[in-house]
Ligand binder design. Structure first.
Ligand SMILES: Nc1ncnc2[nH]cnc12
Length: 591
């Protein structure tokens, strides 16, 4: 594994620790947060090349060339580890790193999902390797299946290639299994792939949303290592008791830490196997609340002892990843990912040292970011639907006969829907929503224009004319709105951008966000992406969108792992009944 490879060899480290070779960097006089013993110790830290060589009271190995950093009245803490990252919430892995490295996160474990869907095995591996130049440790988790059943799924997630990816040195295990009922049913593809990860000494991340204690037993027996889907203190205990590494989530979609942390604050449970995650927050949430630093701030404010909180995002995380010999603590032989903090309240570092190099100071990145030439990683599924297909307003209307009961997708939160069957008026051919301001049309159009899946949605936003977005878990073109003409305008704008999000009304585009990277990620800097997100949320809320996380509403409308009625590439899909209630229809091939 790449993170296990060092420039400094053991002999050199031994010499520095003995005082026979000068250190490169000497952090003098700080208070080390020792995550192994749980103590605060007045210790110096000597770093040689990319590793820690010595931690203790002696001023060992300070030579003429050694850079000495005065850490008097400061705390010296291991770099924070995010074990569950989705690096595509408009930002991309590079722009995310630009923002979070100065906040003290030095290791992220990323999901591969959209890279894999668009680049396949070879392209994903090339990209993972190109991203190694970003000044943060990036590890990866390989998806076993997509987030919605697809006719093409077996082809995309060919188990031979998934296993090959698992063997890659930067890939640390299998990614969250959102469709956990497949494991509960002992689906051989899932069970065997997870077993393969185990044999390679790697982990299997879970996603057991809504799973009962009884069913969790089966998932734990099936080989899951971790889960971040507890939404109550009770569910935290369920997961811990069954041997799962339990990851407390505070995301933009589900800011649940206050509730989840309660058993820790009350001192009722062992924290040894507890971690924390941000689970892909939207960019504005990160700007406001920080990243792993934000979780620490919040946990400590809620009453968690500072050292315990730090352990959760350093040593515990490293142990879960089976990398605690390398990262997660300040001890000789470990990677020199070290933060210098003014206090144990803000958790915002004055300096961030990554692999022995200072990469951020005073909240600013000082290490260069690599120029990733994204064109070298082109999608195998470009947005090639024609303008002619998208221009037809009937593409977006929902066919229904008079008196027919229509299954409606009713939004009851950002991401949860339920099915309501309603007799809607029609014009003889299509549902007429004019008299129902709570309804809108929704259509999922294939990137290559070969099919469309349609639905009627309720409670999404009564004044949204047309909202088109490749930002959804299928990355096909999702178009929502009350006005089929405006839907066509928004869809056309997204087509012209080659992917993105556009809002239209009265025949005009009102807002657009280009997402040139697989229709999911922006290539703009993080601060710009925050502004794009703010504008989008404000625009849809102004038009009646009643929730707080529009990106997640778009992302998950097209999945099939959340209740109740969804719009997937199979068609209108009833999750509870596992049934397609209105199949997608093929579109005529146009030359
Ligand atoms: N399951 C998921 N898929 C894609 N992005 C996510 N962000 C958080 N959860 C996600």
């Amino acid at each position: 594994m790449r993170i296990q490879k060092f420039e400094a060899d053991r002999r050199e480290l031994i010499e520095v620790a003995r005082g026979d070779r000068p250190a490169d960097l000497f952090i003098r006089g700080g208070t080390v947060v020792n995550v192994y013993s749980g103590e605060l110790l007045p210790h110096h830290v000597a770093i040689y090349k990319d590793r820690i060589a010595y931690v203790g009271p002696r001023e060992v190995a300070v030579g003429d060339e050694t850079e000495v950093v005065d850490a008097a009245r400061m705390f010296v803490v291991p770099g924070y580890i995010e074990t569950h990252s989705h690096p595509w919430i408009l930002y991309n892995p590079v722009s995310l790193a630009e923002w979070i490295v100065p906040l003290g996160t030095t290791t992220v474990v990323h999901d591969t999902l959209f890279f894999y869907v668009h680049l396949g095995h070879e392209g994903t591996v090339r990209l993972i390797e190109a991203l190694r130049d970003v000044p943060i440790n990036q590890l990866w988790l390989a998806r076993i299946v997509a987030q919605a059943g697809y006719p093409e799924e077996q082809e995309w997630f060919d188990p031979v290639f998934v296993r090959k990816l698992l063997e890659h040195e930067d890939v640390i295990g299998t990614a969250e299994l959102t469709r956990w009922p497949m494991l509960y049913q002992a689906d051989p593809l899932i069970v065997d792939t997870m077993e393969c990860a185990k044999r390679l000494g790697k982990v299997s991340d879970g996603h057991t949303a809504g799973c009962s204690f009884e069913k969790l037993n089966a998932l734990s027996a099936g080989g899951l290592s971790a889960c971040h889907e507890a939404i109550t203190a009770r569910e935290v205990l369920d997961r811990l008791r069954l041997g799962l590494w339990t990851v407390l989530r505070n995301s933009s979609l589900r800011p649940d830490l206050q509730e989840l942390i309660e058993p820790v604050v009350e001192g009722r449970i062992s924290t040894q196997r507890l971690l924390m995650t941000t689970d892909g927050p939207n960019p504005s949430f990160i700007e406001e609340n920080g990243f792993m630093d934000g979780l620490l701030r919040q946990a400590v404010r809620m009453g968690v002892p500072a050292v315990t909180a730090v352990q959760m995002v350093t040593l515990n995380a490293a142990q879960y990843l089976k990398l605690d010999d390398y990262i997660g603590g300040i001890a000789p032989g470990r990677r020199a990912d070290v933060l210098i903090l003014p206090d144990l309240e803000s958790f915002r570092p004055d300096r961030v040292v990554w692999g022995g190099r200072e990469v951020a100071r005073d909240g600013r990145l000082i290490a260069p970011l690599p120029e990733i030439t994204w064109d070298r990683y082109p999608s195998t599924k470009p947005l090639s639907v024609s303008a002619e297909v998208l221009a037809d307003p009937n593409l977006y209307r929902f066919e229904a006969k008079d008196g027919e009961k229509v299954p409606v997708i009713e939004f009851i939160s950002n991401v949860i829907t339920r099915r309501t069957d309603a007799a809607l008026s029609t014009d003889g051919e299509y549902v007429a929503i004019g008299g129902r301001p709570d309804l809108a049309y929704a259509a999922l159009v294939a990137r290559d224009g070969t099919w469309v899946a349609k639905g009627v949605i309720q409670g999404f936003g009564g004044r949204i004319g047309g909202l088109a977005s490749t930002y959804n878990t299928t990355t096909e073109l999702l178009v929502i709105g009350r006005d089929p003409g405006a839907m066509a305008v928004a869809a056309e704008r997204v087509r012209q951008m080659g992917g993105g999000i556009a809002l239209a009304e009265d025949g005009e585009v009102k807002l657009d966000i280009p997402l040139p990277l697989y229709g999911i990620m922006s290539d703009r800097p993080f601060a710009r992406v925050v502004r794009d997100h703010d504008r989008l949320l404000a625009a849809v809320q102004k038009r009646g969108f009643p929730f707080h996380d529009i990106l997640y509403s778009l992302l998950f409308l097209t999945c099939d792992f959340l209740p109740g009625l969804r719009l997937t590439p199979l068609g209108l899909y009833d999750v509870k009944r596992a049934q397609v209630v209105r199949k997608r229809c093929n579109l005529p091939v146009r030359s």
